[in-house]
Design a protein around this ligand. Structure first.
Ligand code: R5P
Length: 292
C-alpha cells in the first residue's frame, strides 16, 4: 500500500499514514502561468495499491481536475488499484434533476471517477448515500457523526437537545442523540430551486432550559442553521451549537449564524478551517485497514 497526498492535503495525508504506520508521499506539483496544474508522481507506482488523499474543496473544479489527472496517471504508471480519499465530495448536493434540463453533477463526477479507473472511493457523510449507487466503482461512505458526538460529550452540555434542520439530517441526529443518550427532533425545510432561499417549517419542541445542538451534514451559507437558531433562541437562553461534518462556511455565514443566536460552530477537518475540532483521519485509517 502506498499513500500519496495531493497538493494541499499533506496534513491529512501524513496523519493517516502515521496511523497506518506507513510512509506518506507528496507529489511534485506546480501551477502553470495559464492556471493549469502540473503534477508528477515521484515514486514507482507499479503493482501498488495507491491510496490517493486529495481535498477537493475549496476550488472544487480545479481540485477535481487534479484528482482525475492523478488517478488516470496512476493506472497509466501501473498502479494495481487506486483508492481515492475525498473527505468532502463536491457536487454531491446536485444529485437529481430538480428542474428540467439541469445537470446531475453528482452522477457526472461519479462517471468521471470511473472513467479514470478509480477502484474505490472513500468519502465522508456524502449528502445522499443513495446517490453513490449510480457510481460504477466501490464506494465507502463514512460517518463523522460518532467523532462529533464524542467531542460534544467533552463540552459537558446541559441536557443537550439535538435538532435536525431538515429531513435529510434526521439520520445524523438519530446517531448523535443516541451516543449522547438524549432526544432529538427535526424540522422541515423547503429550498426555492431558483433563488436558493430557504424556508423552514417549525414544530413545537420541548427545548426548555437546555443546550441545543443544530446538526447538519453541510453548513454553507448558514441560512439553514440560522433559520432554526432564531426559533431556538426565542425558547432558550442557553447555548446553541451549530455542528456539521463539512464546514464550507461561505462568506457571511459565520456572522449570519451568530446574529441568529448560534454561540459556537463546530466542524470536522473534512474541510479544514478554524471551525475544525475533530479529525476525520482516524475513521479514514480504520476504513483503509478494513479494505486493504
Ligand atoms: C442540504 O440540504 C444540506 O444538508 C444542508 O442543509 C445545506 O447544504 C446547508 O446549506 P446552507 O448553509 O447554505 O443553508
Amino acid at each position: 500500500m502506498m499513500i500519496v497526498y495531493g497538493a494541499g492535503s499533506e496534513e491529512l495525508g501524513v496523519k493517516i499514514a502515521e496511523q497506518l504506520q506507513v510512509k506518506a508521499r507528496g507529489v511534485e506539483s506546480k501551477i502553470f502561468p495559464d492556471g493549469e496544474s502540473y503534477i508528477r508522481f515521484t515514486e514507482n507506482l507499479e503493482d501498488q495499491d495507491l491510496i490517493l488523499i486529495h481535498y477537493c474543496y475549496p476550488q472544487q473544479d480545479k481540485k477535481l481536475m487534479e484528482l482525475f489527472l492523478m488517478l488516470d496517471t496512476a493506472k497509466d504508471l501501473g498502479a494495481k488499484r487506486t483508492v481515492a480519499v475525498i473527505p468532502y465530495l463536491p457536487y454531491a448536493r446536485q444529485d437529481k434533476r430538480f428542474r428540467p434540463g439541469e445537470v446531475v453533477s453528482n452522477k457526472s463526477v461519479g462517471r468521471l471517477l470511473g472513467a479514470v479507473g478509480t477502484d474505490i472511493l472513500i468519502t465522508i457523510d456524502v449528502h445522499s448515500e443513495d446517490s453513490l449507487k449510480s457510481f460504477s466503482l466501490q464506494t465507502v461512505n463514512l460517518s463523522a457523526m460518532p467523532l462529533l458526538a464524542e467531542y460534544l460529550k467533552t463540552l459537558k452540555l446541559t441536557r443537550p437537545y439535538v435538532l435536525a434542520p431538515d429531513r435529510g439530517a434526521v439520520i445524523h441526529a438519530q446517531l448523535v442523540s443516541s451516543i449522547l443518550k438524549t432526544d432529538y427532533a427535526h424540522f422541515e425545510k423547503h429550498r426555492d430551486r431558483v433563488t436558493g432561499d430557504v424556508v423552514t417549517d417549525y414544530k413545537d419542541v420541548g427545548i426548555g432550559d437546555r443546550d441545543v445542538i443544530i446538526l447538519d451534514d453541510i453548513i454553507s451559507t448558514g441560512s439553514t442553521i440560522a433559520n432554526v437558531a432564531k426559533v431556538v433562541r426565542s425558547k432558550t437562553a442557553r447555548k446553541i451549537i451549530a455542528v456539521c461534518t463539512h464546514g464550507l462556511i461561505i462568506g457571511e455565514a459565520e456572522k449570519t449564524m451568530r446574529e441568529s443566536g448560534v454561540t459556537d460552530i463546530i466542524s470536522t477537518d473534512a474541510i479544514p478551517s478554524k471551525f475544525s475540532r475533530v479529525s476525520v483521519s482516524t475513521i479514514i485509517s480504520e476504513a483503509l485497514r478494513k479494505i486493504l
